[in-house]
Design a protein around this ligand. Structure first.
Ligand SMILES: Cc1ncc(COP(=O)(O)O)c(C=O)c1O
Length: 478
């Protein structure tokens, strides 16, 4: 059965619900019959398909029925040898793919601006990461371009590497020439693992950038929930078998994923693949026209930001507002006060993400933005404040390896004392969840200034007491 009109898992759940089943199994809400009245109205329709592994509904960890069919349709749509449903987001996929390829002490080449889950996978594997940093692009105002040359350089320096792990696109939807990067890596017969969390819709083709699978990647993880219509935490993992041990991946997915995976999440993955496969040119055209209209509204709303133009390397479902004088965090706050919620803010940029159909009333947006110019004009101007951009060495390793960190003690250090010590924690502004300072990395004055300047501008961190200091490795002063 390869008919992309089919939604086997979703259909099986609906069929089961229509039988009005008498249930003596978990979950305890018994398809919504045991539930506080409060909240029932909101939850009821989801509870009616919140099933468990009963006859006819298959088992994610040993799929032979409707889940196998749904995953098979997904694999055929995306063009992989095998695809897997993930119910704990791309976080699980990134960790599982790294554990499947790296043993303790193995070297892996990895993009420095990776999401924390990639680093967590490497830490759990006890592997030795070699970080490669993308280059600065004036067009984006960020370190966003990974070149084949820097990947080649890292492989020449570390020929023992077991794989290369990339992030494509970045959070802002920016891509690079992945075909060339993959060719370079495959010339050394190394597998290419790609965190494509933000690029599930690239499968639709033009005008979206080339997808990682089409560029030849061996393993690709996609948060279906980020850019396609799927429920939060629903992701795909696709792989090609030539260079990648799929049996090991299955083992780690079993270890990492719940033994009671959510059927609403899995059914939403079935429906998201169906939605993508059914997209017509007309539908896509109308989405793009809608995005164009919204971009124009933002352009006209104020001169306090610039709507960054798009190039072939950009995802049209993302829009970056670059701030002129008011920090991005404050712009985001002003927008939130107007009941407009952006995806993310950095010191100098605000990110807006669109969905795959016109999803808001343009007139309402215009009305809400009516006041934004005057509100921003009242903000303190900080054009003279230098914005600290995260920049990383081109090739970098940790100053203390993950295995050695396991055996070391840590202590608290105020910022006045922390510089020169090795950090015992990842320091992560969230979003985007990319560590500015990594566990195992020596703390420089630049790190300290960058973190303090971001805090001063209103960035959120997941670290406790980060305004005061950081946990460092005891006794490891340079
Ligand atoms: C680049 C990147 N990779 C992975 C993840 C984790 O994805 P998920 O939220 O699906 O676990 C994120 C989340 O923001 C991300 O931005």
């Amino acid at each position: 059965m390869h008919d992309q009109n089919q939604t086997p898992l979703y259909d099986a759940l609906i069929h089961h619900m229509k039988q009005d089943p008498i249930t003596f199994h978990v979950p305890g809400h018994k398809f919504g019959k045991v539930w506080p009245n409060k909240g029932l109205e909101s939850f009821n329709s989801i509870l009616s398909i919140d099933a468990t592994e009963i006859h006819g509904l298959d088992d994610l960890h040993s799929p032979e029925g409707v889940i196998a069919e749904a995953q098979d349709l997904t694999s055929r749509y995306f063009g992989s040898d095998e695809s897997f449903f993930l119910v704990n987001g791309s976080t699980t996929g990134n960790i599982a793919m790294i554990l499947a390829i790296c043993q303790r002490g193995d070297t892996i080449i990895v993009q420095r601006n990776s999401h924390q889950s990639v680093l967590h996978g490497i830490e759990l594997a006890g592997a030795f990461p070699v970080f490669i940093s993308p280059e600065y692009e004036v067009e984006t105002g960020r370190y966003s371009k990974l070149s084949a040359e820097s990947v080649q350089h890292a492989i020449t320096m570390y020929p023992e590497a077991k794989a290369v792990c990339l992030t494509y696109p970045d959070y802002f939807g920016r891509t690079y020439d992945l075909n060339r990067v993959v060719e370079t890596i495959h010339a050394h017969n190394l597998p290419v693992l790609v965190d494509e969390a933000h690029g599930v819709h690239f499968q639709l083709g033009d005008p979206f950038p080339t997808s990682a699978l089409r560029s030849g990647a061996d393993v690709v993880v996609q948060s279906a929930h980020k850019m396609a219509p799927a429920m939060t935490m629903s992701s795909y993992l696709h792989c090609q078998k030539d260079r990648f041990p799929v049996f090991k991946l299955k083992h780690y997915l079993k270890l990492l994923q719940s033994s009671s995976p959510s059927y609403p999440l899995m059914a939403s993955l079935d429906l998201a693949r169906y939605f993508l496969a059914q997209q017509t040119e007309d539908e896509l055209r109308s989405t793009l026209a809608f995005i164009h209209e919204v971009r124009e509204i933002f352009k006209k709303a104020t001169s306090q930001w610039e709507v960054k133009p798009l190039s072939v390397y950009d995802d049209p479902l993302k829009m970056t507002l670059e701030t002129r004088e008011v920090p991005g965090f404050e712009i985001a706050q002003v927008l939130e006060n107007l009941n407009i919620y952006p995806e993310l803010a950095t010191s100098n940029q605000v990110l807006i993400t669109f969905g795959l159909s016109p999803h808001l009333d343009a007139e309402l947006l215009k009305q809400r933005l009516d006041d934004v110019d005057s509100q921003l004009k009242n903000k303190e101007k900080r054009a003279t404040i230098k914005i600290e951009q995260p920049s990383f060495p081109k090739i970098q390793t940790l100053d203390i390896s993950y295995s050695d960190l396991e055996d070391s003690l840590s202590e608290w250090a105020d910022w006045s004392k922390a510089v020169g010590y090795v950090s015992a924690e990842d320091v992560i502004p969230y979003p985007p969840g990319i560590p500015l300072l990594m566990k195992g990395e020596r703390i420089s004055n630049h790190h300290r200034k960058q973190i303090q300047s971001l805090l001063g501008q209103g960035a959120r961190f997941q670290n406790e007491r980060i305004g005061e200091g950081v946990r460092v490795v005891k006794g490891e002063l340079s």
